[in-house]
Design a protein around this ligand. Sequence first.
Ligand code: ATP
Length: 328
Amino acid sequence: MPKTIKKVGVLTSGGDSPGMNAAIRSVVRTCAYHNIECIGIYRGYQGMIEGDFKEMGPRSVNNIVNKGGTILKSARSLEFKTPEGRKKAHENLTKAGIDALVVIGGDGTFTGGLLFNTEFNFPVMGIPGTIDNDIFGTSHTLGYDTALNTVVDVIDKIRDTASSHNRLFFVEVMGRDAGHIALNAGIGAGAEEILIPEEDLGLDRLLESLQKSKASGKSSSIVVIAEGDKIGKNVFELKDYVEANLPEYDVRVSVLGHMQRGGSPSCFDRVLASRLGVKAVESLIEGKSNYMVGLQNDKVSLTPLEQAIKGKTEIDRELLRVSDIMST
Ligand code: ATP
């Protein structure tokens, strides 16, 4: 018989992402629906160590489904990486009567959660919240869809300037290890070239492509570059290189930065957050632990946290071909 869960703690940790609030709301209301108490833990694992807790009921999550960021705040806690820190956190949870955790964050958050479970046999479920979409076991992480829409919206605006001045724009988007944002937003915004960490197109190929597009009558172009692309130059060095080799181009750089992490979540992210929150709480009630809830083939699924942490996500290579064809 699984242990009966009476009180669930929920926290957000690592980088914030749009949809985290909708997920908190879903966890809190699913707990209320099943007559389970819910405690909000502030500032991720650091709040667990400091006992920064607040009781939450269905009305404490009113009007947050549409808000970016996280009302529970997020933090990166070095202390939680130490056995002493985790011991303090466990003592606080026990004192508060919390008997299960839902952790919303990225792979670091899941690593911490899994370790905590191993040390204290404490039930943990993870919800993937990061705009990079780089977590194994889910086709979408919370915030990814919103970030894509933000990036496309901004590039549309940049395009107005690019075409008015016959300029080439290099737009750097987030994605140190994964090119999902660059690839999808690049296609959506009609980029000429897309540079991503998973694929080294090489500088020659970039120059060739820009020359080809000039020759074919294009007077302005947009190149989308993931911050972690493997070409070996940062976006400003890339601008200098292209201007040195193709003097006919006037290159401008736009680094989108943290704006990609903010804003009101898209409908997709709100629905996803609601579904994942329900599944996380109901899985705990069923006695499950150490899983990440995610989306696979449009269905909510469970992936062992260990796999979610270790597994590598792949880009859809078909999208590279589509992008090539679209820039003809
Ligand atoms: P993002 O993808 O936005 O970076 P993340 O969840 O990967 O999100 P991290 O900063 O890597 O963000 O991890 C969040 C927190 O999880 C850390 O601040 C730390 O408290 C905890 N954590 C990460 N790795 C470990 C670990 N090896 N052991 C214990 N706790 C960890």
